[in-house]
Design a protein around this ligand. Structure first.
Ligand SMILES: Cc1cc2nc3c(=O)[nH]c(=O)nc-3n(C[C@H](O)[C@H](O)[C@H](O)COP(=O)(O)OP(=O)(O)OC[C@H]3O[C@@H](n4cnc5c(N)ncnc54)[C@H](O)[C@@H]3O)c2cc1C
Length: 447
């Protein structure tokens, strides 16, 4: 395995279970294996005391199960013909070759350096050790101002984490909305939640330069409009699949820029070579094309599938529909399928319905708002996408929508689905059912 996190170590673990005799080597250039990058914002916020709770299985634990994990070991070259890897041992300061019969490529994704002067000196906070370094910087005395560049879910989570530490935080994005995976009117609720928690949000704003002191630490950020003092800067300006090594070895990338695989995670045109996780392309079941959606949920599943198939099994990955959740300040945020904007980009005609309801019965203590947007096929009313923003209990409702979209259900059939009800959880008609009724009407009107 090249890469010792979600995809690589899922593959290693399943391969070990399937074949106790197999010689398994995993190369990881960092100090940790199987870590939860997803938990980094909560560690940065101070909600978790120690970073080690983010490690689900350490290199030692893997070694106890007979997996030869080599940390601080970076693979620098792959020779597919000779079936060898060139490995740089950063601690031993030596380079050596290691052979393989089956190779699982699971190198993840890497931050794209934005064209901003000074950005090259800002370390991306994508690994547990980077999270530890960033948190200890935040604890520096007198350094209370932060700027986050890029208002993706990661940027928003990091902005919230810094606000939780009592800092002044500005979140900047060059587009005109936060969270580009949502349609603008749904994203506006997320922006409002962040602002009401104290995050200053600047949209349609370009960052031109990050100024630094003589030690390389940020002092301010210059935008097209103003100069903002900041001792801490987080870049959340996008990531790309880490495919360089694979491409050098002759492996093929697909239309999304990630490694092309078949549905068994087998790299196209390369026998015994598999790719999984953030570096690999997935088939989008609604868009009907290859996409690269970088989520832990896909990385774990694809890693497991690659591990099964590399050890003689036969397991297929069925594709993705873009289901994702996060929590931004007081709102839970979720999406699945395609948004109205994605549909327009792909030339797919859709109808839509958006409703506002409450997350519990309106009279129940603690009831708060929930917005649901459904995107459906005109005429048939086949459900194509959903977005939910709201208070407690909002996000995981997306799984019901995802299930129905996955199976091709129509909004008219969803409308009377036997969903549960009691006042602490919803009104008598769940907000999803209300949205489905409206979407069915919109589909009929548009058909
Ligand atoms: C802050 C943050 C929050 C996130 N939150 C969520 C969330 O809430 N939900 C969700 O589903 N996903 C979330 N994600 C995404 C999720 O963490 C990734 O999708 C997942 O970690 C991908 O796993 P992977 O194994 O494919 O890649 P990675 O986790 O990136 O692992 C790849 C590993 O390969 C190693 N490597 C790379 N090149 C080499 C080489 N040449 N030699 C040796 N080792 C190499 C890297 O050091 C790395 O450890 C989040 C990510 C971040 C950064």
């Amino acid at each position: 395995m090249i890469g010792g996190d979600a995809a690589g170590m899922s593959a290693a673990a399943v391969a070990r279970r399937r074949d106790p005799e197999l010689e398994i080597l995993a190369f990881e250039r960092g100090p940790y294996t199987s870590f939860s990058a997803c938990g980094i914002p909560y560690f940065v916020a101070g909600m978790l005391e120690h970073a080690d709770v983010l490690i689900s299985r350490s290199p030692e634990e893997f070694r106890e199960s007979g997996i030869d994990v080599r940390i601080h070991s970076e693979v620098e070259g792959i020779d597919l013909e000779a079936r060898t890897l060139t490995v740089r041992d950063h601690q031993g300061r030596r380079t050596y070759e290691e052979g393989f019969d089956q190779l699982i490529y699971a190198t993840g994704a890497e931050a794209i350096a934005p064209p901003i002067e000074g950005a090259e000196a800002v370390e991306p906070v994508r690994t547990v050790d980077a999270g530890e370094r960033f948190r200890s910087e935040l604890q520096r005395e007198g350094a209370r101002r932060g700027v986050v560049i890029g208002a993706s879910y990661l940027g928003l989570e990091m902005a919230e984490a810094m606000v939780k530490r009592g800092m002044d935080v500005t979140l900047i994005d060059q587009t005109d909305q936060v969270m580009g995976t949502l349609d603008p009117e749904m994203a506006a609720h997320v922006q409002q939640a962040a602002e009401s928690e104290g995050v200053r949000v600047l949209l349609s704003t370009n960052v031109e330069e990050i100024h630094r002191d003589e030690n390389g630490r940020p002092t301010s950020v210059r935008t097209s409009e103003e100069e903002i003092s900041a001792e801490h800067v987080v870049l959340s300006t996008g990531v790309k699949p880490a495919t360089e090594l694979a491409e050098e070895a002759g492996l093929e990338v697909g239309e999304s820029g990630a490694l092309r695989t078949d549905d068994h995670q087998r790299c196209v045109g390369a026998d015994g070579v598999w790719a999984a996780g953030d570096c690999a392309e997935s088939h989008h079941r609604i868009l009907g094309r290859g996409v690269n959606i970088q989520l832990g949920t896909h990385a774990n599943k694809q890693g497991r599938i690659a591990g099964v198939n590399a050890t003689g099994g036969d397991l297929a990955f069925p594709g993705v529909i873009g289901t994702a959740v996060s929590k931004i300040c007081r709102y839970e945020v979720a999406r699945t399928g395609i948004s109205e904007r994605e549909a327009a980009g792909a030339g797919i005609e859709v109808a839509e319905a958006t409703i506002k309801a409450t997350n519990k019965a309106a009279y129940y203590p603690g009831a708060g708002p929930i917005w649901v947007k459904l995107v459906v096929e005109p005429g048939s009313g086949r459900m194509l996408g959903g977005q939910i923003v709201g208070e407690e209990g909002a996000a995981k409702r997306i799984d019901v929508l995802a299930t129905c979209i996955w199976t091709g259900m129509r909004a008219a059939d969803f409308e009377l689905l036997d969903l549960s009800y009691a006042p602490p959880f919803s009104g008598v008609y769940d907000p999803l059912l209300v949205a489905a009724r409206r979407a069915a009407q919109a589909a009929e009107k548009a058909g």
